[in-house]
Design a protein around this ligand. Structure first.
Ligand code: AMP
Length: 302
């Protein structure tokens, strides 16, 4: 089944202990779409400027990614620049130039209005709501990504869109911040009362947790020897997670657990290269192999 994504398509300048890039293709929707398209067809909604060339667009070609919803506006594409500390734990944003993204008003092409799986990338909660309102029928699943910036600045709008959301992808700190509770599991329970039925709590190198009203599933982080650039790991995780669900076309406890594994696999590959470098050349067979490694990582007998 098809998957709709709305979010940023960007140029990034990255500085990590392993190197730097001047201006490389990035953006949450870019990482998400490439990751998700391994499992399901993706329809992308976003905006780029007139500096976005056919060469930049090549990353989407040859994959199941529909660009009918990628608007081209006069001006420059969204630009983001960030630097990581030596242990990758700290990220400093050096520049955020919204450019054409400042006036982004997502418009769904008619053929996108009946897509059963919807991923609302990390943008203003009012824009996320406007996308949900443009969908004709109730989608099978609406998933949402957000961050501390929106939790702090637009709490009312965020609460509103949460009511339309079934799955919330969020990190551990943000879960506590959103709930106003420093205890993670208690915070998770509180967030579950705000709308979503399922929480995916991302914990970086420590893995991820799936929390519902009556169950918890915890997945270890991939024992990664070679991290080069963590940019986009969260978006690629979301892409793997939702791509898997849309691909199998069923949302239940078993498929949600599998989705956690495929999200983690896509996230773990993403950090192995600068920007999109590793995802760009990733093969489906490599994904399968690493998913089996994840299964072995947590298998035991009692
Ligand atoms: P992540 O590492 O998962 O947080 O995602 C990194 C991507 O998010 C980068 O490729 C950036 O271009 C993009 N990004 C950074 N800041 C913003 C923002 N304020 N709104 C939308 N996308 C952003």
């Amino acid at each position: 089944m098809s998957l709709l994504v709305v979010g940023s398509v960007a140029f990034d300048a990255l500085e990590t202990p392993h190197g730097r890039t001047e201006r490389t293709l990035g953006g949450a929707a870019t990482y998400f779409s490439v990751a998700a398209s391994f499992f399901a067809p993706v329809s992308l909604v976003g905006v780029v400027g007139d500096d976005f060339t056919a060469r930049d667009e090549a990353i989407f070609r040859g994959r199941r990614i529909d660009l009918a919803g990628l608007e081209r506006a006069p001006g420059k594409t969204f630009f983001w620049s960030g630097r990581y500390s030596g242990d990758f734990r700290l990220r400093t944003t050096l520049a955020t130039e919204l450019n054409v993204f400042a006036h982004f008003d997502p418009q769904l092409p008619p053929k996108y209005r009946r897509l059963p799986y919807v991923f609302l990338g990390n943008i203003h909660p009012s824009l996320q709501l406007s996308v949900v309102k443009q969908v004709d029928e109730r989608p099978k699943l609406v998933a949402l990504d957000t961050m501390n910036y929106w939790i702090e600045r637009t709490p009312v709008e965020l609460r509103d869109i949460l009511k339309h959301t079934q799955v919330l992808l969020i990190n551990d700190e943000e879960t506590c911040q959103l709930a106003g509770d420093h205890h993670l599991m208690r915070a998770a329970r509180r967030v579950l009362h705000m709308g979503p039925r399922t929480l995916v709590i991302k914990r970086g190198e420590f893995g991820a947790m799936l929390v519902t009203e009556d169950s918890v599933f915890s997945l270890a982080g991939y024992p990664q020897a070679d991290v080069r650039d963590p940019t986009g790991a969260g978006d690629a995780f979301a892409g793997g997670f939702l791509g898997w669900l849309a691909g199998v076309g069923r949302v239940n406890d078993a498929t949600l657990r599998q989705a956690m594994v495929y999200g983690s696999v896509l996230g773990s590959f993403t950090v192995e290269g600068m920007g999109m470098e590793r995802l760009r050349k990733l093969k489906r067979a490599e994904i399968g192999r690493r998913a089996r490694e994840f299964a072995r990582l947590t298998q035991f007998k009692l």
